[in-house]
Every structure is written in C-alpha cells, then in structure tokens.
Design a protein around this ligand. Sequence first.
Ligand SMILES: [Zn+2]
Length: 421
Amino acid sequence: MSDAITSVFVAALLAAWAVRAWLTRRQMRHVAAHRGAVPAPFAGSVPLQAHQRAADYTLDKLRLASLSGAVSTAIVVGWTLLGGLDLMNATLRDALLPGWGAMGYQLALLAAFTLIGAVLELPFEAWATFRIEQRHGFNRMGWRLWLADLAKGAAVGTVIGLPLAALVLWLMAASGGLWWLWAWGAWVAFNLLLLVIYPTLIAPWFNKFEPLADEALRERVQGLMQRCGFAAKGLFVMDGSRRSAHGNAYFTGLGAAKRVVFFDTLLQRLTPTEVEAVLAHELGHFKRRHVLQRMVAIFALSLGALALLGWLAAQPGFYTGLGVQPNLDAPNDALALLLFSLALPPLGFFLSPLLAQWSRKHEFEADAYACQMADGAALARALLKLHEDNASTLTPDPLYVRFHYSHPPASERLAALPAPA
Ligand SMILES: [Zn+2]
C-alpha cells in the first residue's frame, strides 16, 4: 500500500509538472512567434504597439509561472518525501501535545504549515506585482498598501480559518467512520455563509464601495435588469484603481442579497452602452444557471474528494507512502488533511481541461444571452477594449487554451458576436 501510494503520487506530481511546463513553453513560443504582426481579424482594430505590449506582458507572466511551477513542485517533494512535514510534526507534537492537548497541537500544525507556505509564496507575489505589473503599467500599489493587504488577509484567514479547522478536526475525532460526510456538510455551510458575509463584511475592509452615482447609467442598468427579471440589492462602484489598472464587473452575494459591483476602472473605460452589454453577459451567467451549476459541481467534487480522504486517512500506508510516520499517541487528522492538500492538486490538474472547457462553453452562452438582451456589437467593442487594457494576448497556443483558458480566446468570442463597428 505504502509503495503504491508513493508511486501514484510521484507519477502524478511529475506528470502534472511536466505537462504544465510543456504547455507553458508552447504558449511562450506561440506568442513570441506571432509578436511581429497583428492577426488578420484584428488588423483594423488593434494597433501593432498594443499587440506587442500584450505579447511582452504575457511572456513575462509565463516566465514567472514556469519558475513558480518548478519551485512549488520542489516544495511539495520537500514536505512529503524529503521529510519536511514529518520533522515539523514530530517537533510540534513533542513540544505541544502535553500542554496544549490534541486539538491545540493539531491546530498549531495546520497554522505552521499554512504560514510557511504563505511565506514561500511571497517572493513570487511581490515579483508579480512590483516587477511585472509595474513594468507594464498596471500596478498602482505601493509597498505600504501591499503589506497592509497582506496583514488584513492573514487576519481574515485566521479569524475564519481557525474555527473552521477546529470544527473539521472535531468532526473527524467525534463522528466516527462517516466523519467526511459531516465535514462536507460543514464545508458547504461554510461556503454559503461566506457568500453572504463576504460582500458586506469582508470586501469593504479591502475596498471602498459607493452606490453608483451616475443617474443615466443607473437607469440604463436598472432597465436591463428589469428586462432580464433580475433583482439585486444595489449597484456599487468599487475603487479597483487603488490597486490595479485592470477593469472588471461582477456580482456577489446570495439570493435577495445579490449586488452588482463595477470597478471604477471599467466605468472610466467603457461607454454606457458597452457597460450595459458587459453587465448583460454577467446576468447571462445567472439566468442560464451557470453560477448554480458551478456551485453544485464544486460541492459534488469536494464530496468525492472528502470520501476519498475518509478512506485514505484510515490507511497507515497513506502516511508512510508520503513520507510521514503517523502518530501513535495522538490523532492523525491534521496530518491527513495536510498530506491530502499536497497530494490532491497534481491529480486534480488533469481535470482542468474538462473544467476549462465547461467554463468556455458558459462564456459563449452568456455572450449569446447578452446579444438577446443588449447590444451585441457593443459587447464586442467592450471585449476588444478590455483585451487591450488587460494586455491579453490575441494569439494563444490552442493546446494551452484547452488546459488553462476559462474564457474563449478573443478571436473565437468575437467571431460569435456581431461586428464591433
Ligand atoms: Zn463570463
């Protein structure tokens, strides 16, 4: 059992890393090879300079992604087969178990693991923001705001994560062989709760939300929502420009507490007709039940994953196969959760083409809905502007798209819309 676990884990980890690295190389070559000329369908609408800026930005991001992919694979090996988690577990267990008890020691183990993982990721995040986003003119954050965000994120993570972890550990200890079913129920309830409290309690801590003041735009948006039979609790503008020049629009909340949020950067860039078309696309995701379907799929996948963990956690070979000696005099629940969180992503990676394909299908359906309810040509114009503003490449590698693109490439999306004249 132990050897079989090791073999499957190593094979999945190496395969996921190799496929990812190969796709990244393909994408880099493809983007670089097409840097010299704007592709034909965009020749009239996208200047060469914008096209090349997008290529350079994309290449910079891909270089960082390939480095961070290699480093995170090495970190997973370090935690597991090289004995990092085993060493940390033995140290914390011997130091804390007598005084803090089983729950205290396990929470400390989860917290220490999370903290170390976050610290190891920091250089990559800082590089992405202060080198790449900065160099291409997107970053609007200074170190002060970046550090404040980091501190707030850690505080939110602790306040929300620790009680959830304690609840799951308690369920694992107290509810017998079907603990994973209870843990799944807690996980679903937690996610629904988060949907309710995120827009009203958490997001305002990071950004300012003001009611949409533009009278004409508000009437236009409300008209659209009425046509679509959609009720929302409010229309808000968020100061996205504090952090980045990228623009966006989204919905948050659940049931009657739904709200529409526009980034200020989006409103500055698009005309009212274009904003309306973008919003119609977002409404399409609700009206075509994409949001609900995604949520159900995520809950179903997590039920499957937890059932698998329920079985694995009871096998000694699961621990030894991943480089950890299970505890003899303390619960192994926190260890099982950590090992699972390290071993699952390489396996899950091979689901990503399916999920991405599904998501791209939804994007086409939402675009079709927007064409019915608003001006399709305005949506096409908005997409072109957003592509240019976000410096998204117009010439992605088709295979890379299959694995990684949650949205169809611009050429395919625009081909399905009326001409952006
Ligand atoms: Zn969409």
